[in-house]
Design a binder for this molecule. Sequence first.
Ligand SMILES: Nc1ncnc2c1ncn2[C@@H]1O[C@H](COP(=O)(O)OP(=O)(O)OP(=O)(O)O)[C@@H](O)[C@H]1O
Length: 265
Amino acid sequence: MFDAPTIGSTVELQDSKITASGVHVFYGDTHAIKDVNVNIAAKTVTAFIGPSGCGKSTFLRCLNRMNDTIDTCRVEGNIHLDGEDIYDRRVDPVQLRAKVGMVFQKPNPFPKSIYDNVAYGARIHGLARNKSELDAIVEKALRRAALWGEVKDRLGAPGTGLSGGQQQRLCIARAVATEPEVLLMDEPCSALDPIATAQVEELIDDLRTRFSVVIVTHSMQQAARVSQKTAFFHLGHLVEFGDTPTIFTNPSDERTESYITGRIG
Ligand SMILES: Nc1ncnc2c1ncn2[C@@H]1O[C@H](COP(=O)(O)OP(=O)(O)OP(=O)(O)O)[C@@H](O)[C@H]1O
């Protein structure tokens, strides 16, 4: 009874950074995302919530073509970043991912030094002309990720030697070093303790002054704390999208209400 299609899940186009329309995603015969229409606003944190398997991560990965790396995956529909079709064959996915960065559930630092982890994207994309410019990029990114103070005296040490929370902030520093316009975060705190979670949440709030942030989370408390907009997914449909306080206090769809009150999920 809950697998009903959804209507009217678009928001105002003003200040829209990403516009998705009529998006369907298939893994072979599995229809994982069904006709999703949504606008992601600039300089806003948008949370994707919903029960396990509803398609949150799949849709998130559409936004920087990460699904291109999965052989069986097929994406239909339109996704525009600042009015440009990101699935246009002229778009280089590597360049796209510099603009639309991603942080994963499990911290995944490269087996390199702290410095080289953060400098990686800047080097690939030729963002620094010399060593001192690269040093400045690395320092700025580590400061933004609230990690500079903890690592500035051991930049040559392996990134994998940091604590879990520090590794996740290192991955955030790596992602922000290329000055992305959008940062996608797939359950970025699920491997972290409450203190590290609080640090990352504070950081997310800070990042939205410069970027659009889209975060997949299983924690409704986290969605309520960090986001201004919330999208509720269910069985591949985007059921409801709106201002976070409204979604949590006065949802208009019974499926959303059932989820936030713990009756489904
Ligand atoms: N690589 C894949 N190959 C085949 N099917 C997949 C793949 N990734 C996801 N799926 C399927 O697509 C659907 C949506 O999965 P997805 O991981 O996007 O959901 P989710 O809401 O992020 O779930 P969770 O909260 O458990 O992480 C599920 O039915 C899942 O089994």
